[in-house]
Design a protein around this ligand. Structure first.
Ligand code: SAM
Ligand code: SF4
Length: 439
């Protein structure tokens, strides 16, 4: 195992480990797997339901998510019909299943028309039997699509969290990101969310774009805090292949680390607490009682093209692309799928016991607040520090507090999250990711 110390260097932004194994390590399975068999042995008592809507009103220069901008009507309406076939096939394969969380993400779910959104909730409630009024649910949106009518519908259907991508409150900065956006429209959208009565609002901001200074960063942070959102996500800019920004070779003054520290200290001083490197939560926000769901242990059912699904030993999804042509082809294939096609799993990755353990640790310390040694032991029957002794280096380098029974990154560790994540990937996953040919 490579020593963490040897790879830290000056670059604190080596990769965002938002799920493990990364989808670029997925491959076609040798033989199609029946969906029913994939879920047969799983505990379905407390699952996460995720719906991916792969449409947006524009393709932002920084974004490598699975989505298509300005799709023709010929994409959208077959998509909803295909989604319905997938929902029915999935429910048939799962049988009795209990969903304790719902997230609708993308892309931009609020790009869908009101009737399509309404249909989506109808299918969730009646076919999937996910009670959207009773469970916590989160919906992603962009300022342009966050209309009062759509927010009212989401509230009526039980949405508890509205997450909006703002990125910056300055036109010059959103231009530099390849997402020109009028600040007054952003402010109107934030007010619409506030007025909707949806209990939680999250604002996404990006730091590190060309031309941004500590002063302009402070301006966006102040504007965000003025709306008192329950959560603020601070994303360091990553310029990725096949994106608008990635195709332009530009000299870039990378001062993300300074901006990160400034943003963190600013939010801490305004009554926010840090949950992960990116997540800041308003300490005044009420904690709502929620049904149990434990992210490293419980499974996820993904619906819609681009969504992933997680069982204990198998992760699967549709294929992945970023370029417009690649995304278009995958959406086209999805729209052509029959009910029988949806009963087969074609693409994904199997998780060996070692990968399951790595995933548990990565999710716990980077996406959650800490690794619970007891929970890990109950789940695997072994001790985390015996399975992954390299974790001791986090203590040796003073990046984590040794407070039995948990391992938690401290401030120095949190700012190195994007180094620690990739460091914990297995050699196999690293090799598969490097081999992946992105289209
Ligand atoms: C699904 S979008 C949010 C909702 C909506 N589509 C929008 O853009 O307003 C997810 C978030 O990921 C962040 N993000 C995506 N790609 C990024 C990148 N390359 N660098 C930094 N942040 C990124 C952005 O802050 C974005 O708001
Ligand atoms: S950042 Fe949001 S609106 Fe922009 S392309 Fe990505 S998903 Fe779509």
């Amino acid at each position: 195992m490579t020593k963490l110390k040897s790879i830290i260097g000056d670059n604190y932004f080596q990769g965002y480990a938002y799920s493990y194994p990364h989808k670029s390590s997925y491959r076609p399975f040798e033989n199609p797997l029946p969906l029913k068999d994939v879920w047969a042995q799983e505990n379905k008592a407390q699952l996460f339901l995720y719906v991916h809507i792969p449409f947006c009103e524009m393709r932002c220069g920084f974004c490598n998510l699975f989505t298509i901008a300005n799709p023709k009507a010929s994409h959208e309406s077959p998509f909803i019909q295909s989604l319905e076939r997938q929902i029915i096939a999935t429910k048939t394969a799962l049988g009795k299943a209990n969903f304790n969380r719902l997230a609708i993400g993308g892309g931009t779910p609020t790009f869908l028309s009101l009737p399509d959104l309404e249909r989506l909730f109808y299918l969730m409630n009646t076919v999937m039997e996910a009670d959207t009024i009773a469970i916590p649910s989160s919906v992603e949106m962009s300022p342009k699509t966050a209309s009062a009518e759509k927010l009212a519908l989401l509230k009526e259907k039980g949405t508890t969290r509205a997450s909006i991508g703002v990125q910056s409150f300055l036109l010059e900065e959103t231009k530099a990101l390849g997402r020109p956006q009028k600040t007054v429209e952003v402010q109107q959208a934030l007010q619409v969310i506030k007025d909707s009565g949806i209990p939680e609002m999250n604002i996404d901001l990006i730091y590190g774009m060309a031309g941004q200074t500590l002063q302009s960063w402070q301006y966006s942070l102040e504007q965000s805090v003025a709306f008192q959102p329950e959560e603020i996500f601070l994303y360091p800019l990553y310029v990725r292949p096949l994106t608008g920004l990635g195709s332009k070779e530009k000299a870039w003054n990378d001062h993300r680390l300074n901006l990160y520290r400034f943003g963190r200290d600013f939010l801490l001083s305004k009554g926010y607490e840090q949950v992960t490197m990116r997540i800041f939560r308003n300490t005044k926000a009420a904690q709502m009682p929620t049904p149990p769901y434990n992210s490293p242990e419980d499974g996820m059912v993904g619906l819609g093209v681009g969504a992933r699904s997680y069982t204990k030993t198998l992760h699967y999804s549709s294929e992945y692309a970023v370029g417009r042509k690649g995304v278009k082809n995958i959406i086209h294939d999805y729209n052509e799928k029959t009910s029988q096609d949806f009963q087969k799993v074609l693409y994904g990755t199997r998780l060996s016991l070692e990968e399951q353990k790595r995933r548990y640790v990565i999710k716990s310390i980077l996406e959650g607040s800490y690794l619970d040694f007891k929970g890990y032991h109950n789940f695997f029957g072994t001790a985390a520090l015996d399975d992954l002794p390299e974790l001791n280096e986090l203590y040796d380098l003073n990046l984590a507090t040794k407070e039995e029974p948990k391992l938690q990154l401290n401030q120095a560790g949190l700012e190195l999250s994007d180094v620690i994540g990739p460091w914990l990937y297995s050699e196999r996953v690293n090799a598969m990711m490097q081999d992946f040919e992105l289209v």
